[in-house]
Write a protein that binds this ligand. Structure first.
Ligand code: ATP
Ligand code: ZN
Length: 317
């Protein structure tokens, strides 16, 4: 995540206003369907069509690399989530799933509190399931469980809804959104090459869609005072790049694709070993499906039938 965000401070007020105004336009056009919660939307048919076409385009560019396809539900084994150390870095974004575990008496209390408009969640207890924060999270423990990597490592293709608790008026900052990802697991050389390839491909692919873009070094929004140190070091080491496209602001373009190099972080956590016995390195390229769709609607208009012919040809063939 970039250092800029849409928390809505005083200085950001004009930015927030234009974000809210654009969200209203998207809703009025039926592209997004409001639910009453900032960042939680239904999608109209035209919006979904663009997401599906873009998903297919990602496969056009990445589908011949031989990635193994895995599709997980938008939730994660809580044990994997705990092992991932996500709570160290992003406790403020995590979404955990709780469920009622009380007896009949507790149930009566729950209903009474609900009726009285009081907090009814006291008897909600944590389950074994946590919301997926990024589509690649289920992959690392899954790959680890298969044992030592083959000589050419692994390449995985995932697509999932993700949850992040970051309510915002910015339609490009949702609480539930989809990420398509390719994940490379292997030696440092294999993983770095993968990221180089996708930095190039990502630029070409998005340029073919006729949107203005730039690629820049970035950082994740690590929590707390120690977080700034982590963010700086991530930037200095160029571990994260983003492909940015203006959506609600020309001066603060939005990260639509991310290129992340985790070094041996996940390899260490789950003891993933390369064929030569080293600790595996990992990288992923993430495509923010909603953000790409929003970028296309921003630059080509809400009526896909009137999009430029070359863009229509790329998406609809
Ligand atoms: P940001 O800097 O804007 O918070 P990010 O770079 O941290 O986003 P990643 O964690 O790298 O995001 O996630 C991969 C991709 O998922 C991003 O490039 C973006 O397109 C998309 N994405 C991330 N957060 C959101 C969100 N809240 N709503 C919609 N899409 C998102
Ligand atoms: Zn990832």
């Amino acid at each position: 995540m970039s250092m800029t965000d849409s928390a809505g401070t005083q200085a950001d007020a004009p930015q927030t206003d234009s974000q809210a105004a654009y969200r209203d336009e998207l809703v009025a056009a039926g592209l997004l369907i409001p639910t009453g919660v900032d960042g939680l939307y239904g999608r109209g048919g035209v919006f979904e069509d663009v997401v599906e076409r873009f998903d297919a385009l990602v496969t056009v560019w990445g589908g011949t690399d031989g990635a193994e396809v895995m599709r997980f539900p938008p939730a994660l084994n809580r044990k994997y989530f705990e092992e991932s150390e996500y709570l160290k870095s992003f406790p403020h974004l995590a979404g955990t799933i709780h469920s009622f575990k009380g007896d009949e008496r507790a149930h009566r209390t729950l209903l009474r509190r609900l009726e009285e408009g009081q907090d009814w969640t006291e008897e909600q207890a944590v389950t074994d399931v946590v919301m997926t924060p990024a589509a690649c999270y289920p992959v690392y423990p899954t790959v680890a469980a298969r044992g030592v990597l083959p000589a050419d490592g692994r390449l995985i293709d995932v697509f999932s809804y993700c949850f992040r608790h970051e309510p915002s008026l910015d339609p490009a900052r949702m609480q539930m959104f989809r990420m398509r990802e390719y994940i490379r697991v292997g030696t440092p050389e294999q993983v770095m090459e993968f990221r180089e390839v996708w930095l190039r491909r990502g630029r070409e692919m998005m340029a073919s869609l006729g949107v203005p873009l730039e690629i820049d070094v970035a950082n994740d929004p690590f929590f707390g005072r120690g977080g700034a140190v982590l963010s700086n070091s991530q930037r200095e080491q160029k571990l994260k790049f983003e492909l940015l496209i203006p959506i609600t602001s020309e001066s603060k373009p939005t990260a639509c694709l991310s290129f992340n190099y985790h070094q041996d972080h996940f390899g260490h956590l789950w003891d993933i070993r390369t064929a030569d016995g080293g600790v595996a390195h990992t990288a992923c390229v993430g495509f923010g499906m909603e953000r790409v769709a929003l970028a296309l609607f921003r630059h080509h208009g809400f009526d896909t039938a009137r999009w430029p012919a070359p863009v229509r040809a790329v998406l609809w063939g």
